[in-house]
Ligand binder design. Structure first.
Ligand code: SF4
Length: 275
C-alpha cells in the first residue's frame, strides 16, 4: 500500500494536521505502527489503540481504529480493561517516557508481570515534551531539563531491562533512524501472544534537543544512527566500547508463558463448575 493510501485508510483526516513540532520523531513512530498493522493485514475493527497523555499520546486521536485517549499514566489500566472485555482485540498502547515510566510506572511493571497480551509502543524522547521540558525517568544522567537546569543527577531506567525483569515476554528497541526495523519489531510485538514492549527512540528537538544543544532534527537522527547497534554487534563490544551505545532489535523473547486473559478465562470456567 502506498503512503497516501495508508494515510487515507488508517488516519482520521478531520483530526489532521497534527500538533507535533516540525522535526519531531513522533510521526515516524506512528507511521511505523500503521505499517506494522498493514503488514499483519489486521482489520481496523480488530485494533484498539489506547494512549495516555503527552505529545506522543496524541497519536490515538489521529488514528482511525477503536481508540481511547485516556488519563496521564493510565493507558495500561484502560488497555487491560479493554483486553479483558474483548480478548480478541489487538490492543496497542501508545505512551511516552514520562507517561509510561513515571506516573504510569507502577502500571507498567504490573502489566508486564501479568503477561497480558498487548503491545506497548513507548516513544522515548528523553523528556516531558508537552508539559514544558521537565526531566523524566528516561532523561539521561547529566542532561539538562527545565527542572534540572544544571544537569540531571538521577540515573535513567533501562526500560527493556525493567520490563523483562517484571515479566514481559517480548522486548525490543529501535530508533526513528531505523524505521523499517521499528515497524517490523512492532509487527512482531503485535503477533506475539503476551506482553510486548517496543522502545522507540525518537527525537524531541524542541524540548530536549534545544536545552541540550544537540543540533537540529537531522543531527538528532544521525545520533540515533551512530549509537544504536544491532544486538549481535553490541554484544561483541567490550564494556568500555559499549559506553554511550545501546542495542537495538529483539532484546528478549520468551514463548509458552501463560497469558493473562487466557488464565482468567480458565478461572471463570473452573469457578462455574467446568474443568
Ligand atoms: Fe515533538 Fe518535542 Fe514538539 Fe512534543 S515538544 S511535539 S515531543 S518536538
Amino acid at each position: 500500500m502506498k503512503m497516501e493510501e495508508m494515510i487515507d485508510t488508517y488516519f482520521r483526516p478531520g483530526r489532521l494536521p497534527h500538533i507535533w513540532c516540525p522535526g519531531c520523531g513522533n510521526g515516524i513512530v506512528t507511521g511505523c505502527i500503521v505499517k506494522a498493522i498493514n503488514k499483519l493485514d489486521l482489520q481496523k475493527d480488530s485494533v484498539a489503540v489506547i494512549s495516555g497523555i503527552g505529545c506522543s499520546s496524541r497519536a490515538s486521536g489521529y488514528l482511525d481504529f477503536n481508540t481511547v485517549h485516556s488519563a496521564h499514566g493510565r493507558a495500561l489500566p484502560v488497555a487491560t480493561g479493554v483486553k479483558l472485555a474483548d480478548p480478541g482485540l489487538n490492543v496497542i498502547v501508545v505512551t511516552g517516557d514520562g507517561d509510561a515510566s513515571a506516573i504510569g510506572g507502577n502500571h507498567l511493571i504490573h502489566a508486564a508481570r501479568r503477561n497480558i497480551d498487548m503491545t506497548v509502543v513507548l516513544y522515548n524522547n528523553n523528556i516531558y515534551g508537552m508539559t514544558g521540558g521537565q526531566y523524566s525517568p528516561l532523561t539521561p544522567e547529566h542532561s539538562k531539563a527545565t527542572t534540572a537546569p544544571y544537569g540531571n543527577v538521577e540515573k535513567s531506567f533501562d526500560i527493556p531491562t525493567l520490563v523483562k525483569a517484571a515479566g514481559a515476554t517480548f522486548v525490543a528497541r529501535a530508533t526513528t533512524f531505523h524505521a523499517p526495523l521499528l515497524a517490523d519489531l512492532i509487527a512482531q510485538g503485535i503477533a506475539h501472544k503476551g506482553f510486548s514492549l517496543i522502545e522507540a527512540i525518537t527525537a524531541c528537538p524542541i524540548s530536549f534537543g534545544r536545552q541540550n544543544k544537540l543540533g537540529g532534527p537531522g543531527d538528532m537522527i544521525k545520533w540515533q544512527r551512530d549509537h544504536g547497534l544491532q544486538l549481535a554487534a553490541y554484544e561483541k563490544l567490550g564494556e568500555e566500547q559499549r559506553a554511550g551505545k545501546f542495542p537495538i532489535g529483539v532484546l528478549y523473547k520468551a514463548e509458552g508463558v501463560k497469558e493473562y486473559t487466557e488464565a482468567y478465562d480458565e478461572l471463570i470456567v473452573a469457578a462455574q463448575g467446568g474443568k
